[in-house]
Design a protein around this ligand. Structure first.
Ligand code: NDP
Ligand code: PYC
Length: 338
């Protein structure tokens, strides 16, 4: 097969859900995992789209995820709502606790969702976008496994620790940024390895601590934080807030526990949600309109807004379908036949 194959969002999502259900995953979990993977593919986020199915199936085969975990939401009426994912995928835990988080945030202005004992393999924009859809600003973060050297070091200690921010906009896609705190996500390096292409300089060092553009040497060596000491500090903050503070694994412990980067790490996650209208109440100003002025001024300079590429890809995919390469489609069919 040489042609790309085009699928609708619902078709792709349904196929992915069936793959996970056939692998023994509980229906609600399979649906949540399928939604986030299909959304990644729809938005041209290749490092967290259908490519991730294989990694998730590997974790299932290794018995390192609890297939039938039912998330337990603990809401004691405080600012921190907890959901215990019970060793299952984070996506369904987020979905199950989302309404409680939204309600508490509207009530108090600021609330946190603590996800415990989960496997988090997906892009974080998915979560902050849902919260922006409810009119809330939010920050989302989690550790990963130790694959990134701190700035000035050469040995993996930090995770690729993703960090996302969402801000609601009236009548437009929200303002969302979402990035690994390493120069690139590990998934990007893996995609270069598969394609046999070199990675850009500055992404990683090899086992000897020397700069490398060889993706395999990078995967075996250490990835680097973005922005030198600044990214290194943000990544450390994520380890502290979503690892140490929650009493969940930090990236080094997650790697020790799993024993390999070939399987997904197990850890916690933290989402902070804020209701701008509650914070602005006494100012008499409209925070969304104020934000709009800034965002429009940024775009007015010709600057690209974060997520702009993704939203454009989404619009195209929703109109014309989601295009899979022949290799991606063959893999999908292979997983369906398992
Ligand atoms: P990118 O570097 O591709 O993108 C980071 C952000 O910057 C995006 O919001 C992107 O928008 C925006 N952006 C990119 N280029 C520009 C530009 N020129 N001007 C303005 N904005 C720009 O992301 P990463 O490779 O760092 O991360 C990819 C994904 O991996 C993330 O979704 C992250 O959540 C996920 N991840 C998940 C992990 C986990 O443990 N679950 C671990 C690590 C990463 P746009 O999307 O529109 O290009
Ligand atoms: O791409 O770095 C990554 C990653 C790690 C876990 C999920 N995604």
């Amino acid at each position: 097969m040489t042609e790309t194959v085009t699928l609708t969002f619902d078709d792709l999502k349904g196929r992915i859900q069936r793959i996970f259900e056939m692998a023994g995953v509980r229906r609600e979990t399979a649906a949540a995992v399928a939604r986030v993977i299909a959304s990644g593919e729809r938005d041209a986020c290749k490092s967290h789209g259908v490519y991730r199915i294989e990694g998730c199936l590997r974790v299932l085969a290794a018995g390192k995820v609890v297939l039938d975990a039912v998330p337990q939401v603990h809401d004691a009426g405080t600012s921190a709502i907890e959901v215990d994912a019970g060793g299952g995928f984070a996506n369904v835990a987020f979905e199950d606790a989302c309404d409680a988080l939204v309600a508490r945030t509207r009530e108090t202005g600021l609330a946190a969702l603590v996800i415990r004992d989960c496997l988090h393999f997906s892009a974080l924009w998915y979560e902050v976008e849902i919260l922006a859809g409810h009119g809330l600003a939010s920050l989302s973060m989690c550790p990963s496994y130790a694959t990134v050297a701190p700035s000035g070091g050469q040995t993996p200690l930090l995770g690729t620790n993703p960090f996302a921010f969402g801000w609601p906009r009236a009548g437009a896609f929200p303002y969302v940024f979402d990035f690994a705190t390493s120069v690139a996500a590990r998934g990007e390096i893996e995609l270069h390895r598969r394609a046999g292409t070199p990675i850009p300089e500055g992404w990683a060092v090899d086992k000897q601590g020397q700069p490398t553009t060889d993706p395999q040497a990078a995967l075996d060596g250490a990835m680097l934080p973005f922005g030198g000491h600044k990214g290194s500090a943000i990544s450390t903050m994520i380890e502290l807030l979503s690892g140490a503070m929650l009493g969940e694994f930090m990236s080094r412990e997650a790697l020790d526990f799993t024993g390999t980067t070939a399987l997904l790490p197990r850890h916690g996650a933290l989402i902070l949600a804020m209701d701008p209208s509650v914070f602005a109440r006494r100012s008499g100003r409209d925070p969304i309109a104020e934000g709009e002025r800034l965002i429009e001024a940024i775009a007015g300079q010709g600057a690209r807004l974060p997520s702009q590429r993704r939203f454009a890809a989404r619009a195209m995919a929703m109109a014309d379908g989601i295009a899979l390469t022949p290799d991606e489609f063959e893999r999908l069919e292979r997983f369906e036949a398992l």
